[in-house]
Design a protein around this ligand. Structure first.
Ligand SMILES: [Zn+2]
Length: 296
């Protein structure tokens, strides 16, 4: 695996690069967007030539966030779309196969519905692939050989990790209000000691109707709603989902110093990420992929 996977800042300047044309160049574009304060917790990586952002997790766990760079999809889906369920992008399957082969694991990708169900990766894989599910736990022994892959285009990719297992969660606004983070913590075998938040829509771009803003304020406090006069655009309000997930982390015993948020807005960085809000329904999905074991 070490030959196909590496995480290194050297990817930015590797003159002996044998990756597909442009892969290292595009990787350096991602690197340029990472704020210095997040670099202790995230690193630029390559999965067989596809640039990814790796979350630094305790062994044996590994997790990466894909971008829209490096794959075979074309047009609105260019280039590393992982959504094969829509049936709109014939290259999505090849992109997924690329990921699966790069890490030597079978991908398990649930049918995400903005619901609250969280279950084990092997348990989900044994059932119907159409079953709604918005979070998968991963245990090195119980889920051996499997890798949960959840898809995103603005919603928050959330990883909870503990000593024995981790959970990958689809955190949209409905899920955050409904308590999916809390459900995921309950579904894990070990108490989560840390949280990772991947590329997702930021408070800069997440506008909602007043009723949604009020519901968020009631659930997570006034601080998650930008209530200053200059922040209110007519009937539209801004909700800070990153602050909301911080609050959710506190509810499950994770201190804010153990919440590692990449703080890269998908709607602001459309050259790197798919954004449903910014691009509409005809867009692709990036992934959050986790697995256990393998060479570090
Ligand atoms: Zn933004």
């Amino acid at each position: 695996m070490s030959s196909t996977y590496r995480v290194s800042s050297e990817a930015k300047t590797d003159s002996s690069c044998t990756h597909p044309a442009g892969a290292c160049g595009t990787a350096s574009v991602i690197g340029g967007r990472l704020a210095p304060e997040v670099t202790p917790w995230f690193a630029l990586g390559m999965l067989s030539g596809v640039p990814v952002i790796e979350a630094k997790l305790p062994a044996p766990f590994r997790a990466v966030f894909t971008t829209r760079l490096g794959g075979q999809s074309e047009g609105k889906f260019a280039a590393f779309n992982l959504d094969e369920r829509s049936g709109l992008d014939p290259a999505a399957s090849a992109n997924r196969t690329h990921l699966s082969q790069a890490i030597g694991r079978r991908l398990v990708s649930p049918t995400q519905v903005h619901g609250l169900r969280v279950t084990g990766t092997a348990e989900y894989a044994a059932g119907s692939p159409e079953e709604p599910c918005d979070g998968l736990t991963l245990h090195p022994l119980l889920d051996q050989g499997l890798a949960p892959l959840l898809l995103f285009a603005d919603c928050l990719p959330i990883i909870l990790y503990g000593e024995a297992d981790l959970a990958v969660v689809h955190g949209g606004w409905r899920g955050l209000l409904g308590g999916i983070v809390q459900r995921a913590a309950s579904a894990m075998m070990s108490a989560p000691g840390g949280m990772i938040v991947g590329p997702s829509i930021g408070p800069c771009c997440f506008t909602v109707a007043e009723t949604v803003a009020e519901t968020f304020a009631a659930r997570y406090g006034e601080a998650v709603v930008r209530s200053a006069a200059e922040e209110v655009l007519g009937e539209v309000y801004r909700v800070d989902l990153w602050a909301a997930v911080d609050a959710a982390a506190g509810e499950i015993g994770i201190s804010s110093s153990h919440v590692r948020n990449l703080r890269l807005c998908t709607a602001c960085n459309r050259d790197l990420f798919y954004s449903y809000r910014a691009e509409g329904p005809l867009t692709g999905r990036q992934g959050c992929l986790a697995w256990a074991g393998g060479e570090a």
